[in-house]
Design a protein around this ligand. Structure first.
Ligand code: ATP
Ligand code: MG
Length: 560
């Protein structure tokens, strides 16, 4: 066994594991990540994946991937495949430990029969509604079902006939016989099985009887010899039931359930039901829309998996309910991309610049650093010529005070190019600027200061017009404009950010960006990080803005 990684402070779950190993309760760790295949994974799942698979890595244990597929009506193979892809992308691997709760249906059924035999379960003919109404509440005990005292033989017979398909959906259920007055409502004779005549993605039509989540989860853990079953706080109240099953069934091991607080993030929603609604009602282009908080969405957006892992490490594991600032995640993304993303120049909203004193047929290959943070990344050649594009934002005909970028009469540096000075603004009939006439100073090659010591106050980016690639750039912003879209009156949909996507269809990219593969993230100098999207073609790439260079939202908030 490898030594646990040395960390300065361990979370309470790792402390429990250390104790269990020290006391000899366990000789190793086995954890599991148990998604229900009823949607795509989101950022909250990343927290659970990093915890479960992270523990396996640190302790030399193993982590199972188990699909909790007990609800055939909502589950699909598409989800199973996307979940596997997303976990691998995050950097984790379950090896040969891939399981499905549906693999245990036969064993779970046999155990249910044994509970019936022991007088610990009964078939109830009440409707779901009647069962709910007789459950009582925190002040009132529940009332026993008229079928609670059914003889064992009758229960066995009915349960077998339920399996054989003699009854319709909802006609009968199997319930545990625990305590209708128990202070914990989950122990008031919970339902173990329901009838559902539905096709299952793995078992087909072999079953019309499906186990409930609570009856399945702990026993699946026990069958897989899970040592620590880590789940989110909403299952805290279910733990006594989890333990009741383990105590009352001949399970091969005794896993321990430990709860931690779920990940919540500002400016987003994280429930699969709501994410499904965004997809189905077409507020986004799909589960992998770059604005979605899904793993497939942030991947398409250009978030590096390392940034998600670092973020999960930063926020840690506790039992306190909290909401983390989305900006913290974006900072983690910037931190990784600043180190790793190669730099290029791109002009999103072009104006043409004509250098009137530059030879018409000349092209110079200028050397530009690929990443000033990483000298090993080397340099590249960028063509420079008489006609260039610069971004419309970098020119103002009547500049306000402190505007140091290009304006009539001022001089700026073109990064890795030359100093240029603007002499003339050319407009069309409508008064729209179409061209700037400038001169360059041959003594400032590569953007160096000229011998006379003249300085400029701004450096701007550019591309050579004849060499530029036409592209579409999608400027993504947060999907929700409200910090807590789930809170307050009305629907979370009321808080969608109307400016979450702006498409620029006339962008001009540096020639070298033609070689960027789909899924790669680069920095467009001065603009932010951008990821090549699968919608692009070799002639016309599409880039998604991953994140800006600075936190624009913090600035906006600070000013208000
Ligand atoms: P949702 O509430 O979004 O529908 P879920 O809990 O139903 O999610 P599952 O597929 O059952 O989704 O989740 C698989 C695992 O991921 C569970 O162990 C669950 O506790 C964990 N998980 C889900 N959401 C979060 C979250 N926001 N933070 C941390 N862990 C989470
Ligand atoms: Mg769930």
């Amino acid at each position: 066994m490898t030594e646990p990684a040395t960390t300065t402070s361990k979370d309470f779950i790792r402390e429990i594991i250390d104790e269990d190993l020290a006391s000899g309760k366990h000789s190793g760790t086995v954890t599991r990540f148990p998604p229900e295949p009823n949607g795509y994974l989101h950022l909250g799942h990343a927290k659970s994946i990093c915890l479960n698979f992270g523990i396996a890595q640190e302790y030399g244990g193993r982590c199972h991937l188990r699909f909790d597929d007990t609800n055939p009506t909502k589950e699909e193979v598409e989800y199973v495949e996307s979940i596997k892809t997303d976990i691998r992308w995050l950097g984790f691997d379950w090896g040969e430990h891939l399981y499905f709760a549906s693999d245990y249906f036969e064993q779970l059924y046999d155990w249910a029969v044994s509970l019936i035999r022991e007088g610990k379960a009964y078939v109830d003919d009440q409707t779901a509604d009647e069962i709910r109404k007789t459950r009582g509440d925190l002040q009132t005990p529940g009332t026993a079902s008229p079928f609670r005292e059914r003889p064992v033989e009758e229960n066995l017979d009915l349960f077998a006939r339920m399996r054989a398909g003699e009854f319709g959906d909802g006609e009968k259920v199997l319930r545990a016989k625990i305590d209708m007055a128990h202070p914990n409502l989950n122990l008031r004779d919970p339902v173990l099985y329901r009838i559902l005549h539905a096709e299952h993605h793995r078992t087909g039509d072999a079953w019309c009887l499906y186990p409930m989540y609570d009856y399945t989860h702990g026993q699946s853990d026990a069958l897989e010899h899970i040592t620590h079953s880590l789940c989110t706080l909403e299952f805290e109240n279910h733990r006594p039931l989890y333990d009741w099953f383990l105590e009352n069934l001949p399970v091969p091991s005794r896993p321990r359930q430990i709860e931690f607080s779920r990940l919540n993030l500002t400016y987003t929603v994280m429930s699969k039901r709501k994410l499904l609604q965004l997809v189905n009602e077409k507020y986004v282009s799909g589960w992998d829309d770059p604005r979605m908080p899904t793993l497939s969405g942030v991947r398409r957006r250009g978030y590096p998996p390392e940034a998600l892992r670092n973020f999960c490490k930063t926020i840690g594991i506790t039992k306190f309910e909290s909401t983390n600032d989305f900006a913290l995640l974006e900072a983690a993304v910037r931190e990784v991309l600043n180190r790793t993303a190669p730099r290029y120049m791109a002009v999103l909203d072009p104006i043409k610049v004509v250098l009137t004193n530059y030879p018409a047929d000349q092209v110079e290959e200028m050397e530009a650093m690929n990443n000033p943070e990483d000298p090993a990344a080397g340099s590249r050649l960028v063509p420079f010529s008489r006609e260039l594009y610069i971004d419309r934002e970098d020119f103002m005909e009547v500049p306000p005070p402190k505007y140091f970028r290009l304006s009539p009469g001022t001089e700026v540096r073109l990064r890795s190019g030359y100093f240029i000075r603007c002499h003339e603004v050319v407009k069309d009939a409508a008064g729209e600027i179409i061209e700037l006439h400038c001169t360059y100073d041959p003594e400032t090659r590569s953007g160096s200061n000229p011998p006379d010591g003249r300085k400029v106050k701004a450096t701007i980016h550019w591309v050579s017009a004849a060499h530029a690639i036409d592209a579409e750039v999608r400027l993504y912003d947060r999907l929700f404009a409200a910090e807590f879209p789930d809170r307050g009156e009305g629907s979370f949909l009321d808080h969608l950010n109307p400016d979450s996507l702006k498409v620029l269809s006339n962008a001009k990219l540096e020639r070298n960006l033609a070689a960027i593969a789909v899924g790669e993230t680069v920095q467009f100098e001065r603009l932010g990080y951008f990821c090549a999207d699968p919608d692009g073609t070799p002639d016309r790439p599409v880039f998604n803005r991953t994140v800006g260079l600075k936190d624009a939202w913090a600035k906006a908030k600070g000013q208000s």
